[in-house]
Design a protein around this ligand. Sequence first.
Ligand SMILES: O=C(O)CCC(=O)C(=O)O
Ligand SMILES: [Fe+2]
Length: 280
Amino acid sequence: MANNNGHKGISGSNYPLFYLDSVLTQEQKDFFEKNGFIHFKNFISKETVSLILAESEKIQKDWIETDRKSVNGVPIKYGIDVDGKKIVQRFAFTNHFSPVLNDLLKDERFKALFDLIGTDDCRIGENEKDGLVFNHYVNTTESNFSQMGWHTDALRDIFYGNKVMPMLNVGIHLDYSSTDNGGLRLLPGTHNKGMRTLLFKKLYFVNNKADKREVGLSVEPGDLTIHDGRLWHRVAQSPFIGEKSRRRVMYVPIITGKFQPKTEESKPLLYQRLMAITNK
Ligand SMILES: O=C(O)CCC(=O)C(=O)O
Ligand SMILES: [Fe+2]
């Protein structure tokens, strides 16, 4: 099927779904190479999702009580929920605060994804970048996090002064999210178009406008999505206010190259400050 965005078989929210086993199929590898993303159904059960949400609430309670401002130099984003209670809207390194979340990263199936980078020398970024991130979007008057402007995740390498290394961002989805309720929007095929596209395709973080070529993901709790670190993407704001707009998703990077662990002495990066001011 061809359509007007030129990506055969992909338009709007119409793209193939896959299941992740211990090795990737050639079809899965080809799809990822061409498009820069892939969506696997039912990676974890709904029960595991409930367990993860309960763990996030424990960490949240602890961080609010201790007034924690950052983890390993990564700022924590706070906001107010629909019930007026303070919540954490962006957590970093949650795997350092919960054995359950840490164990999740030991799932052998993640290793199958290493193939998407094309080198065996890959690892899960347990102690690097922002570790296991937990994003909690909700659209309320006092929410500080309901959308995220266009960006690539590779920008941080450039801010570090490093060469852009291959990187995968692995998303574990915890709420139902269909395209009519905001959510992740990707520009297929923008991951391998060179430095000009990487740097200048859109104005980083401040541009929130829909693109006619964007693909919106429809996910249910327990689904897994992977996107290439160089792929352009954004998080669209839900048109709904309150409970219906809630969207929680965790990300962990798969990386290669020099080991660059973060510690409590690590300083916030300029790009993290940029992200903090532009994404409300
Ligand atoms: O929340 C999402 O699905 C994407 C978040 C994102 O792009 C990021 O944290 O860099
Ligand atoms: Fe991102």
